[in-house]
Design a protein around this ligand. Structure first.
Ligand code: LMR
Length: 326
C-alpha cells in the first residue's frame, strides 16, 4: 500500500513538473519593418505557434534591428541569444560561398525562376551548406527583385560611374558595382536611410518593399527599375538549438514555419506591385523604366561578374540556376 502511495505521489510530482516546465523560448530577430514580407512572415509564425503550442513554446519577434542588426545576428545565434533569423541570402558570405549565387547580376529572369531553383535539388541542398558551422537553413523566403535608387537618374551604366552605392555584405555585389565604375560600400541596413539622407552615399539597391517601408524613396529622387538581382532570405536557426528540440515540437515548428513562409511569399508578390505603385503615387521619386537597349547595356556591363565567382560558387550550380529560367 505504502509502495503504491509512493508511486502515485512520484507520478503526481512528475506530472506537475512537466506541466510546470518552462516553455521553450524562440527569439526571432530581423531588420525590416513589420509591414514587409519578412515582418509579416515572422508575425504569422508567432501567431501559429501561439495557437498550436501554447504553454510549450513562446515566440518573441524583434523587427527593425531592435535586437540585433545585420552584423551581429548570426554571431548572437551561435551564442544562443537568438534562435531564428532570416538574413538576406547576400549576408552569409562569411559562412558559405554557395549562397553567393543569388547575388549574380541578371541570373534569374523573375521570381518564378528563383522559386523553381530554390525548390529544386540544388537549392534544397544549399539549405544545409552551413551545418558544419552550426547553422541550419529551414527554408527560403521571398522578398523580390531589386531596383537601383540614386540621387541622379541612372539610365545607362555610365550614369553610375564614380557614384557611391550602399550594398549588403557581399563581394559579388561589390564586383557588380565595380563593373560599372561605381564605388560600393558595405553597410548595415539600419544605416541606409541616414546615409542617403545626408548624401554620404549616392544610391542603393533594394526591393520595392524595402524602399517603401524604410522611406528610401523620400530621399532618393530616382529609382531605376533594373530587376537586376534578387533579394531573398534564408530562414536560419542554430543546429544545436534545432536538433536539441523534442522531435514532436520540432515537427510542429517546422510545419508552422512552412505555412508562415507561404504566407510571407504571398505578401511579397503583392507588395512588389502595391509598394511600387505607392512610391509612384507619392511623386517623391521618379521610377525610370529602361528601354530594351538600355537594359542590354547593364547586362553587358555586369554579367562578366559571373566569371569572377564561377569557381567559388560552382559552374554546375550556376547552370542549374540559368536552367530555372526555362
Ligand atoms: C538589406 O540589407 O538591404 C536587406 O537585406 C534588408 C532585408 O533584410 O530585407
Amino acid at each position: 500500500m505504502l509502495l503504491v502511495g509512493l508511486v502515485v505521489a512520484a507520478a503526481l510530482v512528475a506530472t506537475a513538473s512537466v506541466s510546470m516546465a518552462e516553455p521553450i523560448m524562440i527569439k526571432f530577430s530581423h531588420v525590416v519593418a513589420e509591414n514587409t514580407p519578412k515582418g509579416q512572415m515572422a508575425n504569422k509564425f508567432k501567431q501559429l505557434v501561439d495557437e498550436r503550442l501554447a504553454g510549450k513554446v513562446v515566440v518573441e519577434v524583434f523587427p527593425n534591428s531592435q535586437l540585433f542588426g545585420d552584423n551581429k545576428v548570426l554571431e548572437a545565434m551561435a551564442l544562443g541569444d537568438v534562435q531564428l533569423a532570416a538574413p538576406s541570402l547576400s549576408k552569409f558570405e562569411k559562412y558559405t560561398p554557395e549562397l553567393q549565387i543569388f547575388d549574380l547580376p541578371f541570373l534569374f529572369n523573375n521570381m518564378a525562376a528563383v522559386e523553381k531553383f530554390q525548390q529544386g535539388p540544388v537549392g534544397q541542398e544549399m539549405l544545409t551548406s552551413m551545418k558544419s558551422k552550426g547553422y541550419i537553413g529551414l527554408g527560403y523566403l521571398h522578398n523580390g527583385m531589386k531596383e537601383i535608387s540614386a540621387n541622379s537618374p541612372l539610365r545607362v551604366p555610365a550614369d553610375a560611374a564614380g557614384k557611391k552605392f550602399r550594398i549588403m555584405t557581399s563581394d559579388v555585389l561589390a564586383a557588380q558595382y565595380e563593373a560599372v565604375g561605381a564605388m560600393p560600400l558595405k553597410k548595415p541596413f539600419s544605416e541606409v536611410f541616414t546615409l542617403l539622407q545626408t548624401k554620404a552615399i549616392d544610391g542603393q539597391e533594394n526591393t520595392w518593399s524595402n524602399i517603401y517601408s524604410k522611406k528610401f524613396y523620400e530621399v532618393q529622387p530616382y529609382i531605376t527599375e533594373t530587376d537586376h538581382g534578387v533579394l531573398d532570405y534564408l530562414v536560419v536557426t542554430s543546429a544545436d538549438f534545432w536538433l536539441g528540440l523534442p522531435a514532436d515540437i520540432r515537427t510542429e515548428l517546422k510545419k508552422a514555419l512552412d505555412e508562415a513562409i507561404a504566407f510571407g511569399n504571398d505578401v511579397s508578390a503583392k507588395k512588389a506591385i502595391s509598394d511600387r505603385q505607392a512610391i509612384i503615387d507619392s511623386k517623391r521619386s521618379e521610377v525610370i523604366t529602361l528601354t530594351p537597349a538600355e537594359r542590354k547595356l547593364w547586362v553587358e556591363a555586369m554579367k562578366p561578374v559571373w566569371k569572377q565567382f564561377e569557381n567559388k560558387i560552382g559552374k554546375e550550380r550556376i547552370a542549374a540556376a540559368v536552367a530555372s529560367n526555362n
